[in-house]
Design a protein around this ligand. Structure first.
Ligand code: BGC
Length: 752
């Protein structure tokens, strides 16, 4: 779409240059809100001045099409999707049409019959690329498709830190590190908004688990929160400038995410100076005064709430003065600021559905998958497989027809089709989630790369039969799956359905066995030592089959790095299982799904790891995980040398990275820094993805992100970088120090 629109613009400009149909000289803008020279917030404030009270109240809530259709006051032309805010044509304020869009334009349970979109791999795969460009391209692609489908607000930008390996939505987020998550989500949002539409960043904040997501109370100290989950949002907002922030379902230190004055007003507006709007998650609003005065600007999908809080009740509260008129005005100003800043106000989305370049977009999905697949094990260099095998057996995971996708609001009906779709039998996700596969057959892709080989499929339900088939084949490829969905955490990190036994049996029968994991996060691998090759392919998206085959057969050199720690056992993690399962089981399970009338009682979740999320928790506890954060192998080797460290006000390192092997490939050198405080753990302070030809050397310079070295002072509300000696490591993953150094940094205090 961007191409088409900019082509249009160039054509217009060319016409002007030739003196054809030249428009009259631009007049001074008639109204301040149309004056593009003014800052978005000033234009928004001018619009608010011109609005009636009814018009203001119209903008602070969105309709939820599945429940709103036919309701008095609801628009009659809603697109079946997540939500809609009715615009004000006389002021040029567009109708906001919202769609979920974490991994593509969502169409979860095919509420729009036949409407397909390009499906990216899981966000964890994007995170594993450590490549902001991949994140940007993914966002730009989704934004272009959304715009072409007439959506202009994307519920994207999921960046909750992975605190628990069993999180149902871990696949939708960008891993456990605030710097990596913040940089990548910022790039993704920028990509979305390059289409002149609004993106959210979500779910603000500490929506770390799905079990009891509407009711659990995340208890954490303010400093720890600023140094971890908030930092991911802070960096993401700085880099991506999203038009909107979506507040979360859960409670944070006693107040719900959408009624939390500390996070919504003190932090977001006060500390960070955010100017866009805060929209609620769907069904996350529980009050009028409390929510409005805490800092919520727009009630999303209001029909899902446990009351109609932001319409007549808000009007009455403003009349009474319990919500000041100035607060209602600021709510609307924030909404319009987001709409203007993203470019949507000046370049409204089309009124009719536009064509999409699906082939070009499929390549975006494939590139993300190829860069994000992580090679975890390659004993004896069994991979890449030579294209000389006569017989290849493919086992399990429905790899004859496709690749698995995650469930919930991020679910895309991909352009290639959905070969398998299994409705859920019950549980909190049943109404909006299905277990689906994208039509990207690993079997067909392997066959295409090995045209003269006989490639067969065995479904893997019978380990003995699979082992027999493997024994007589040159190569055995096992596809192991683990499904996750929004609204439910998984209750075991073990692969389900006897797949461990299947892998053991096949590996015992054929030494040339590779396991491809299609999972939404870490899994346990009791068979690891017995299997020579293992790939983490995540949910690899609609071109996943091709991407996996290209990696297995060496057409693409693997370069993904783990954005999360894989534990050896669940007991190594801060919480071995979801907190509150027992309480939720006793209550109305539907209350967990985002549906109204949530009845389950609240329960606390403590975070003993504080800011030491993920790899830092393991380091603190002296636990060696199965695979550390940042880890990933390649078909070539990379050597690091000549480290120079500079201290003072900032910490800068430079060093050489050499591809010392025989294959072109990409590496991700990582800068870990340990502050001087006795109990401080090493933190990722910078990273860079580098692509090198065999024998090539690149001089890399990295500057540490200061906030990753600092602590948050809640009283002064500023960062403190303690003066002193900092240990510096250039590593291939957390815990590695291939090059070591030290720097002395000057004491500094600075505002966010
Ligand atoms: C999810 C959000 C989503 C919204 C709208 C909620 O249940 O938590 O991520 O954007 O629904 O579909």
């Amino acid at each position: 779409m961007r191409v088409t629109r900019s082509a249009l613009r160039s054509a217009l400009l060319a016409g002007i240059a030739l003196g054809l149909a030249a428009p009259a000289l631009a007049k001074a803008p008639a109204q301040p809100w149309t004056n593009r020279a003014l800052p978005p917030e000033a234009r928004a404030a001018a619009l608010v001045k011109a609005m009636t009270q009814d018009e203001k109240l119209q903008l602070v809530r969105t309709w939820f099409p599945p429940l709103a259709t036919g309701k008095p006051g609801a628009p009659t032309d809603m697109i079946p999707s997540a939500g809609e805010m009715v615009g004000i044509p006389r002021l040029g304020i567009p109708t906001l049409r919202e769609s979920d869009a974490s991994l593509g334009v969502a169409n979860q349970v095919e509420q729009r019959k036949g409407d397909t979109a390009t499906a990216l791999p899981a966000s964890l795969a994007t995170a594993a690329t450590f490549d902001p460009e991949v994140a940007y391209e993914g966002g730009a692609m989704i934004g272009a498709e959304a715009r072409a489908k007439r959506f202009n607000v994307l519920l994207a930008g999921g960046t909750n830190l992975t605190r628990d390996p069993w999180g149902g939505r871990d696949f939708e987020y960008l891993g456990e590190d605030p710097l990596l998550s913040g940089i990548l989500v910022g790039a993704h949002i920028k990509g979305v908004e390059s289409n002149h539409i609004v993106s959210t960043i979500k779910h603000y904040v500490l929506n770390a688990q799905e079990t009891g997501r509407m009711v659990y109370d995340a208890r954490i100290g303010q400093a720890a929160l600023h140094e971890s989950d908030l930092l991911a949002f802070e960096i993401g907002i700085e880099k991506g400038r999203p038009g909107s922030v979506m507040c979360s379902y859960n409670i944070i230190n006693g107040d719900h995410g959408c009624e939390n004055h500390e996070t919504l007003t003190n932090v977001l507006r006060g500390d960070w100076g955010y100017k866009g709007f805060v929209m609620s998650d769907w069904g996350a609003v529980h009050s009028t005064e409390k929510a409005a005065n805490a800092g919520l600007d727009q009630d999303s999908g209001a029909e899902l709430d446990d009351g109609d809080w932001f319409r007549e009740k808000l009007r009455a509260a403003v009349a009474k003065g319990t919500v000041p008129q100035a607060r209602l005005d600021s709510m609307v100003t924030h909404i319009l600021t987001g709409v203007i800043q993203s470019g949507l106000y000046d370049d409204p989305s089309p009124q009719t559905v536009q064509p999409i370049d699906t082939d070009a977009h499929a390549l975006v999905a494939q590139k993300a998958a190829e860069e994000g697949i992580v090679l975890l094990r390659n004993a004896g260099g069994v991979l890449p497989l030579a294209a000389t095998a006569k017989t290849i057996v493919i086992i399990g995971g429905h790899a004859d027809v496709g690749v698995l996708s995650g469930g919930g609001s991020s679910q895309v009906r991909s352009t290639g089709g959905v070969p398998i779709e299994i409705p859920l039998k019950g549980g909190p996700a049943a109404s909006f989630s299905r277990t689906t596969w994208h039509n990207s057959s690993p079997l067909k892709a392997v066959q295409a790369l090995n045209p003269s080989a006989t490639v067969t499929y065995v479904d893997g339900s019978d380990p003995a039969a699979a082992a027999a088939a493997a024994k007589s084949a040159d190569i055995a490829l096992i596809f192991a799956t683990q499904w996750r969905t929004e609204a439910e955490d998984i209750t075991t990190l073990a692969l389900p359905d006897n797949q461990d036994a299947l892998i053991e049996a096949v590996a015992a029968a054929n030494p040339k066995t590779a396991v491809v994991l299609e999972t939404g996060g870490p899994v346990l691998m009791p068979w690891l030592e017995k299997v020579p090759a293992v790939l983490a392919a995540w949910y690899p998206g609609q071109k996943g089959g091709e991407a996996i085959a290209n990696i297995l057969f060496g057409k693409v050199n693997p370069s993904g790095r783990l954005p999360i720690t894989f534990p050896k056992a669940a007991s190594q993690a801060p919480r071995p299982e979801p907190v509150g399962l027992d309480i939720i089981a006793k209550n109305d399970a539907a209350s967990n799904a985002g549906s109204p009338g949530g009845a389950a009682q609240s329960f606390p979740v403590e975070y003993p790891e504080g800011a030491d999320v993920g790899y830092r928790w393991y380091a603190k506890k002296g636990e060696t995980p199965l695979f550390p954060f940042g880890y990933g192998l390649s078909y070539t080797r990379f050597a690091y040398a000549n480290l120079k460290v500079t201290g003072g006000a900032t910490l800068t390192v430079s060093f050489d990275v050499t591809n010392s092997g025989k294959t072109a490939g990409a590496d991700v050198p990582q800068l870990y820094v340990t502050p001087p405080a006795g109990d401080a753990q090493a933190r990722l302070a910078a990273f860079q993805r580098v692509t090198l030809r065999p024998g090539e050397t690149r001089h890399v310079t990295l500057t540490a992100e200061r906030r990753t070295l600092s602590t948050w002072n809640e009283t002064a509300r500023d960062w403190h970088l303690a003066g002193g000696r900092y240990a510096v490591a250039i590593g291939k993953h957390a815990g590695d120090a291939t090059l070591k150094g030290e720097a002395t940094l000057a004491d500094a205090k600075f505002k966010p």
